[in-house]
Design a protein around this ligand. Structure first.
Ligand code: AMP
Ligand code: MG
Length: 487
């Protein structure tokens, strides 16, 4: 375990120089205070959790103090936003403080979001509000606990700094961790600004530091692109299998590492709804739940375009062609496991699709359905779940097929079935209304709810005593909360 002042830095991205990022100091928040901390994320930095309680912690992550070895930088990138190209974005309110390496030899970017104005702030104020900072914190740690690749979050620091959104709110900062903050949009920036030397430097940086195994391949950049395609296919399969809607899949929000990144108006589905749009500014539904799958491919094509200086168009196209089949294989594998199946049959895809259609038509809670399906034998479970469906004949027909399929899958005891299914079907997910309750309390100065919710979500598959209220369908007021893009 290390004390706060014992972190060791190795700022590899900063060393790329001024063409890639700009030195900017954080602008401190007034009266910074700890809102919530993730001990699991602290451990990635070898930090003693007790360090979070010391005043210097809130000063460091509230922008008042810096380590001597830190080199705060705002990164430049661009990206496709809602399908249109924005030639210059960049860290408008977040700073890469530096890269810390831990005792396991891993490097972690420390990224402070909400740290003030940068040359890339455009019309923005460089700040993030408490509400969106809590949402990002909870989501990144909850996704990780579900086994979905994501950036991580160490803490939220609250403050008295006034910040204007639709109304006056208060500024906050999140300390985010990732092995890299390089986005698809970084490659697009150097490609479209026609800076081939820097683009090469960036590509070499990513290849050597983040995809070293690809350097052994005959075509290292192609191998790297293939790996990025594979990781995205797997990540998006997990989003779809667990009902996560990202909300703003612009290419500047897509990580080169295939992790969930840059949280905005995201949501986990309550009722299953393939057409769900979580971002109320997304009028066309470009980033609706089911569109996430083709948009994943669209984004990879945008990256492919930016990689044309290094890889032939034919090879890029062929590799892009792997995305959908890989996605489908991962998705089906996960859904089979969610249904308690251990073998594969050709008709499993249909079994999943029919179930989702029934759930959609009856507004069935996506998370609780699968959890309850594993509570007891297939026959008992479907008999109990039947009441949730409006189309009873449709559900009965599905249930008969399912029971027969479970039978063919092989014998297992009820206890084995429960254990196997509960290990992949969470009881607790980050429902919007739960986040909303925690935010409302935190905005009035009570951080206990956000801390408790974070705790519960850190073990989503384990039933926790006294936490029944976190495993319920939303109350009426919490059903279709509109989440604003402003953050
Ligand atoms: P986002 O929608 O959060 O992914 O942000 C898109 C772009 O806008 C990025 O370049 C952000 O850094 C920038 N941005 C978002 N909010 C702000 C803000 N309040 N101040 C400055 N820049 C911002
Ligand atoms: Mg972003």
């Amino acid at each position: 375990m290390k004390a706060l002042d014992e972190l060791t830095f190795d700022n590899r991205f900063a060393r790329l120089g001024d063409a890639f990022s700009t030195h900017v100091l954080p602008e401190p928040l007034d009266e910074p205070r700890l809102v919530v901390v993730s001990n699991a994320a602290m451990a990635l930095l070898d930090l003693d959790p007790a360090a979070a309680e010391t005043p210097v912690f809130a000063e460091l992550f509230g922008g008042h103090k810096l380590w001597a070895q830190a080199q705060p930088r705002a990164m430049v990138y661009s990206g496709h936003q809602f399908g249109g190209y924005s030639p210059q974005l960049g860290d408008g309110r977040g700073l890469l403080l530096g890269e810390v390496y831990n005792q396991a030899g891993e490097h972690w970017d420390l990224h402070l979001k909400g740290a003030g104005l940068t040359p890339y702030s455009r019309m923005g104020d460089g700040r993030a509000v408490l509400r969106s900072s809590i949402r990002e914190f909870l989501a990144s740690e909850a996704l990780h606990a579900l086994g979905i690749p994501s950036s991580r979050a160490v803490c939220v620091i609250g403050s008295n700094t006034p910040v204007w959104r639709e109304k006056q709110e208060r500024g906050a900062m999140v300390l985010r961790l990732a092995h890299s903050h390089i986005r698809f949009g970084h490659f697009e920036y150097f490609y479209y600004t026609k800076k081939p030397e820097q683009q090469k430097e960036l590509a070499e940086h990513v290849l050597s530091l983040h995809y070293p195994e690809c350097m052994e391949q005959p075509e290292p950049y192609l191998a790297m692109f293939r790996e990025i395609v594979e990781r995205n296919a797997e990540m998006i399969a997990k989003w779809q299998a667990y009902g996560f809607c990202h909300g703003v899949m612009n290419t500047d929000n897509m990580s080169i590492l295939g992790i969930t990144f840059d949280f905005g108006p995201f949501a986990f589905l309550d009722d299953f709804d393939a057409h769900f749009i979580c971002n109320h500014s997304d009028h066309e539904g470009r980033y609706s739940f089911s569109n996430q799958v083709p948009i994943g491919q669209w984004n990879l094509s945008a990256l492919a375009q930016a990689l044309t200086p290094f890889i032939s168009v034919d090879a890029l196209k062929e590799t892009l062609g792997l995305y959908l089949p890989l996605y489908q294989a991962h998705y089906l594998d996960l859904m089979r496991r969610r249904l308690g199946l251990t073998t594969a049959e050709d008709d499993d895809q249909k079994l999943v699709e029919q179930l989702l259609k029934l759930m959609q038509n009856s507004g069935v809670d996506y998370t609780l359905f699968f959890r309850r399906l594993g509570d007891e034998s297939a026959a008992l479970a479907v008999a109990r779940l039947r009441d949730d469906f409006v189309d009873l004949a449709g559900f009965d027909a599905w249930a008969e097929q399912y029971k027969a399929r479970v039978e063919r899958d092989g014998k297992c005891s009820e206890a084995q079935r429960r254990e196997r299914m509960h290990a992949v079907n969470p009881l607790y997910i980050l429902r919007n209304y739960l986040a909303q309750n925690a935010i409302a309390a935190a905005e009035s100065g009570d951080y206990s709810e956000v801390r408790r919710l974070h705790e519960v979500l850190s073990k989503p598959f384990e039933e926790q005593a006294g936490m029944e209220q976190y495993a319920q369908r939303p109350p009426d007021w919490g059903k279709h909360l509109e989440i604003s893009c402003s953050s």
